[in-house]
Design a protein around this ligand. Structure first.
Ligand code: NAD
Length: 249
């Protein structure tokens, strides 16, 4: 550790908050030049200023968003995402489509945009922030679970196609992380499960985890940085869980 990512450019989607912001700060601390992508202009610019990097304001649900991105990128952290909690029969189809666009189609489009440059330079890293929901289902999270399972699959294909060119791709799969995404779903989870909001953390979120605490965004970022550093060069096509033992069950 130190300046091990010096000379590398790292593009982080959803860099304005939570896990994305923590990844941007961590990669910058290791010497990477950060491209902070977010649909929230103020948040993207704040993180760009904090990291001495570049802000790109883009909504990953919009067509042609990828043309705003530089093509010369060495590291991609596919992180932008959001949640919607509802039973399938009440789940708005347009929300399902948007979630797949942002969390699955966008990483595919970004890969197509940056891979030729990575191949030419013989080096690249994809870190895909999936979720336990890339490996397990939960009721009322149809779109999120489908998108994250899809991203797990896409990551494997990038790993296989990229291997001869020095490109790796791996997923980091957290349990519940202390971010606004989690704060925002407490009321919806309570409604969907028919329980008081005060029970959502213990009964729903931390229920399946063996270690009963939320993960901090910085812990997820540390793992992302490990994958991008020299020790991560042989770790590809896999999923590293940071889920407090959830998937041990
Ligand atoms: P967050 O809501 O705290 O931050 C997400 C950021 O992404 C925000 O800055 C938001 O503006 C941006 N974003 C959302 N949609 C976007 C779009 N269409 N285009 C551009 N930017 C967009 O979320 P978080 O908790 O940090 O989650 C980050 C990622 O980690 C997500 O993919 C999420 O699914 C995953 N994840 C989160 C948790 C958790 O418990 N928080 C657990 C597992 C996986």
């Amino acid at each position: 550790m130190g300046n091990e990512l010096s000379g590398r450019t790292a593009l982080v989607t959803g860099a304005g908050a939570g896990i994305g912001r923590a990844c941007a700060l961590k990669l910058a601390s290791l010497g990477a030049a950060v491209v902070a992508v977010d649909r929230d202009k103020e948040a993207a610019e704040k993180v760009a200023a904090e990291t001495g990097g570049l802000a790109v304001v883009a909504d990953l649900a919009e067509s042609a968003f990828v043309t705003k991105f530089p093509a010369e990128v060495d590291i991609v952290v596919n992180n932008a995402g959001f949640q919607h909690v509802a039973p399938i029969e009440e789940f708005p189809p347009e929300t399902f489509a948007t979630m797949l666009k942002v969390m699955l189609e966008a990483p595919f489009l970004i890969a197509g945009h940056v891979l030729p440059g990575m191949y030419a330079r013989g080096w690249g890293r994809f870190v895909n922030i999936t979720s336990v929901h890339g490996l397990r289902g939960s009721p009322f999270k149809s779109a999120y679970t489908a998108a994250k399972h899809g991203l797990e699959g896409l990551s494997k294909v990038i790993a296989l196609e990229g291997a001869p060119h020095g490109v790796t791709s791996a997923c980091v799969s957290p349990g519940y992380v202390r971010t606004e995404l989690v704060e925002r779903q407490i009321a919806d989870q309570a409604r969907a499960h028919g329980i008081p909001e005060s029970q959502v953390l213990t009964d729903v979120m931390l229920g399946p985890e063996a270690i009963k605490r939320l993960i901090e965004p910085e812990e997820v970022a540390d793992l992302a940085a490990y994958l991008c550093g020299p020790s991560g060069s042989f770790i590809t096509g896999v999923t590293l869980t940071v889920d407090g033992g959830w998937t041990a069950r």
